[in-house]
Design a protein around this ligand. Structure first.
Ligand SMILES: [Zn+2]
Length: 160
């Protein structure tokens, strides 16, 4: 169940915490799945999110197989460090670099003919989404309260 997403929200969804997105190249018809998991740390017994997000990629369409660690992204700077298995100039490096550009300037996605989809699950907690509005946004009704206000205002800018 792939659901279309507004590319303006790519940075918010990428850094939501438990994200699964599909990035499709509309011209070539190819796609790549992204899984982004926030590193958590324990402070005084509580699990707290950090600035680090682990990006995994998969070219397979279903299931949980084929995930390949691609890079660590830092939310504040949107810099990344490429996974050690990947060389400079490799296909994964190009994908990771494109993702960085799109995180800094989401309009790059539309400009480059890339479309964004989610898999029917909340990008923050991973639960299945049922309400049409939640499906449109990729975030469930409880988790949306924890998203920054710009999650919605960025969309309004696009629609207006
Ligand atoms: Zn949620």
């Amino acid at each position: 169940m792939n659901r279309s997403l507004n590319s303006a929200n790519f940075p918010h969804l990428f850094f939501a915490g438990r994200t699964r997105l599909t990035l499709r190249n509309n011209e070539k018809g190819t796609h790549i799945r992204l899984k982004v998991v926030q590193k958590k740390t324990r402070i005084e017994g509580k699990l707290v999110g950090t600035n680090r997000f682990y990006l995994y990629t998969s070219i397979l369409n279903d299931g949980d197989t084929g995930w390949d660690f691609a890079a660590t992204f830092y939310q504040d700077s949107k810099n990344y460090s490429l996974g050690k298995e990947h060389t400079q100039g490799s296909h994964i490096h190009k994908v990771v670099h494109f993702i960085q550009r799109a995180l800094r300037e989401p309009a790059v996605l539309d400009a480059m003919g890339a479309a964004l989809f989610h898999e029917g699950k909340c990008c923050r907690c991973g639960m299945g989404l049922t309400h049409p509005a939640s499906i449109m946004l990729g975030i469930g009704p409880d988790c949306i309260k924890s998203m920054p206000p710009s999650f919605i205002t960025d969309l309004i800018t696009v629609i207006a």
